[in-house]
Design a protein around this ligand. Structure first.
Ligand code: FES
Length: 137
């Protein structure tokens, strides 16, 4: 039964990935600037996916590493690598969080581990927020 459930989830995840979730959404793209050291500067109010607590999206890449961001509170955000901690495949966004298409590890929107084979959540990336702008990396 669990295998059937995972298979169903995988099919849904593939549909999401096929729609281009590995790309940075255009709306988020306009809100993101590369700054010194390859870091990212993000105008948080200009990212629709972060308009509500619980929202998350891929926000860009830092030195080739795909990075996600999630809103965890009214003014709290976390950033994390989108490389699966199991074997490094880039995870994709789903309705409920993130999923790795390689072996179906699942993660919460904020990167916490839900289901292995990964044994940890998505690796945190430093983030500082000041006056509605996040500096990531
Ligand atoms: S590489 Fe992601 S679950 Fe194996």
């Amino acid at each position: 039964m669990a295998a059937l459930s995972r298979r169903s989830l995988f099919a849904g995840a593939c549909a999401v990935v096929a729609l281009g979730s590995s790309e940075v959404p255009a709306a988020a793209n306009a809100a993101v600037k590369k700054i010194a050291g390859g870091r990212l500067s993000v105008n948080l109010k200009a990212v629709p996916a972060l308009s509500n607590v619980g929202g998350a999206t891929r926000i860009g890449s830092i030195k080739g590493m795909p990075v996600g961001i999630a809103r965890t509170g009214t003014s709290k955000y976390v950033a994390f690598s989108l490389r699966c901690p199991h074997q490094g495949i880039t995870v994709g966004r789903t309705e409920n969080g993130w999923v790795c298409s390689a072996h179906l590890s699942e993660f919460e929107p904020d990167g916490d581990l839900v289901l292995g084979p990964a044994t940890t959540g998505l690796a945190p990336v430093p983030i500082k927020v000041s006056r509605g702008v996040a500096t990531i990396g």
